[in-house]
Design a protein around this ligand. Sequence first.
Ligand SMILES: Cc1cc2nc3c(=O)[nH]c(=O)nc-3n(C[C@H](O)[C@H](O)[C@H](O)COP(=O)(O)O)c2cc1C
Length: 181
Amino acid sequence: MKNVLVISGHTDLNDSVANKTILEELEKSLESKEIRYLDKLYPDFKVDRAKEQELLVKSDIIMFVFPLFWFNAPSIIQRYLEEVFTHGFSHGSTGDKLKGKKVIVSITSGAEESAYIKENNDSKIDDFLIPLKTTCAFTGMKFLGYVFTGGVSYQNRINAEKIEEIKEKAKLHAKKLIDMI
Ligand SMILES: Cc1cc2nc3c(=O)[nH]c(=O)nc-3n(C[C@H](O)[C@H](O)[C@H](O)COP(=O)(O)O)c2cc1C
């Protein structure tokens, strides 16, 4: 059975519908998993390097789950990478601990999916993911792909029906993530 390490980069899951639902679905459906809620663990951004590296070593698949913030991952994900992917661990002549691991990314956005389609039909999401994909290549990890769902803005949470719609989208999203494993 594959060990899945989920890194949640939402900055406040108490004020989330889409990512909260996605993470609940992963919690329910994945058998061998560890979910790291970075907002709860590291509200001060002081990431426990030793603990996170230990969990990474044990994992087969690393899943980054986050909302799009300014066309990027939220800053806590960047902080996590800066603190945990260190020379001698993830890269450098002796840094091979991530080699061969697989990476899946989950992204939600406020804007509709159509807002991120380029004229040639490619997705802008692929462009936003270039740093993460390059990080995978640099550390010997295989980027398996991503699941993206748009139109789940907090501004859409205007009534119970709309919130339910967002939850349904998020459940479908989570199913696609699970199918990728
Ligand atoms: C600081 C901030 C920046 C955001 N930047 C973007 C953005 O660049 N593009 C976009 O489509 N949505 C953006 N959003 C909307 C979020 O992506 C959206 O609210 C989130 O995916 C909803 O997920 P949740 O229900 O888990 O919070 C931003 C939201 C915040 C709070």
